[in-house]
Design a protein. Sequence first.
Length: 134
Amino acid sequence: MPLEITQREREGIALLDMKGRLIAGESVTTLRDSMETQTKIGKANVILNLHEVDYIDSSGLGALVYCSTNLTRSGGVAKLLNLNRRNLELLVLTKIDTIFEVFNDETDAVNSFFPGRDIKKFDILSFVHNLKGK
C-alpha cells in the first residue's frame, strides 16, 4: 500500500496524517516532497501523525531524519504523533527518538509549540521499562 498523506492545520501547525507503509521508494519520495512543500509555503512546524503507518523500514527512518533536518534548517521542528508499538521500538533501538519529541495525544503535540501551555510528553523511558518486564 503506497503512503498516503493528508494535510490539515490546527492553530497554525501543519499536521500530516500518514497512512500506509513508510518504506523505500515511492513512500519516501511522497514524504520528502510533502515536507518540502511545507517549508515552501512557510510551515516550518509540522506534526507527523503516524497512527496509520503500520511499517517503517530503514529508508523510512532516513526520510524522518531528513524531514527533521530540513525543518530545522528552516527554523522549525518536526514532532511525531501516535506511533504504534513496533515503530516506537524501532525509533528507540536506532536512537532516532532522541531527534524527535514524541506524543500520543494530538492536543499535547500542538500545545508543545506554544510556551506556557501544559503538555504531557510521551514517556519513552517508561515505555522501554515496560517492554523489559514483558
